[in-house]
Design a protein around this ligand. Structure first.
Ligand code: SF4
Length: 222
């Protein structure tokens, strides 16, 4: 929030993360202003930031967002050198609605009228069957719930199964279709192992496989 009543084009909102796409943005994708590999899917039940509550929470519907730059949050279409949007004339509806000094109109749109992967994929494309296979084997909500408790050995074992299944499906599809990493983020969302960040659970590569381990708490010495 600022004390202005107009956009100063400071770029702060663009640096906080790319927008979520709504049905109004369908033509931006169809007309090629935004490509599939510039999106990341937040699958239903996975953790996402809700600006209305200012909290991370399991998202109730699938969301498509413009990816960040590298491993950061800054919107892919934000140009630091000009402090501007490279698709300004064709920016998504969320960016048009947002007024940082008066956020209520944008907050009212959260989880409403959102685009999902199926809206952007030909219904005859066999990749839809792979997406469904991934959804069945790696449910976002189960992962989130397990991550929140992960108290017992059984929880950790099931989390490990989910992380491995998620990677296995991505690998299989990448091998058979030549899928790029960027497109993978659209088709299957963020890999589970990346979502472990900050959870206190570590993913360790070992003997060509992986295992999960709770991080040991630091102890004071001296
Ligand atoms: S699409 Fe453009 S206006 Fe919207 S967040 Fe990205 S850089 Fe900013």
């Amino acid at each position: 929030m600022t004390d202005t009543k107009h956009c100063k084009q400071c770029g702060t909102c663009c640096r906080k993360g790319g927008p979520t796409l709504s049905r109004e943005d369908l033509d931006l994708v169809r007309q090629g202003y935004i490509h599939h590999d510039q999106l990341v899917t937040i699958r239903r039940g996975e953790m996402g930031y809700n600006p209305a509550t200012a909290k991370l929470e399991p998202v109730p519907v699938e969301l498509l967002k413009i990816r960040g730059q590298g491993s950061g949050w800054t919107c892919l279409f934000f140009a630091e050198e000009s402090n501007g949007c490279t698709i300004y004339a064709h920016r998504p509806a969320t960016c048009r609605i947002l007024q940082c000094w008066q956020p209520e109109p944008l907050l009212a749109t959260i989880y409403q009228n959102t685009l999902c992967r199926a809206d952007l994929i030909n219904p005859h494309d066999p990749i839809l069957a792979e997406i469904e296979r991934h959804e069945q084997a790696c449910p976002g909500r189960e992962f989130t719930d397990l991550l929140e408790k992960a108290a017992g050995t059984e929880d950790l074992a099931r989390l490990t199964e989910l992380v491995r299944a998620d990677l296995a499906i991505r690998d299989e599809v990448a091998k058979t279709t030549g899928l790029s990493l960027e497109l993978e983020f659209f088709l299957f969302g963020r890999p589970f192992f990346k979502q472990l960040a900050g959870s206190g659970i570590e993913c360790i590569e070992e003997n060509g496989g992986l295992r999960l381990e709770r991080r040991k708490k630091a102890t004071l010495s001296g």
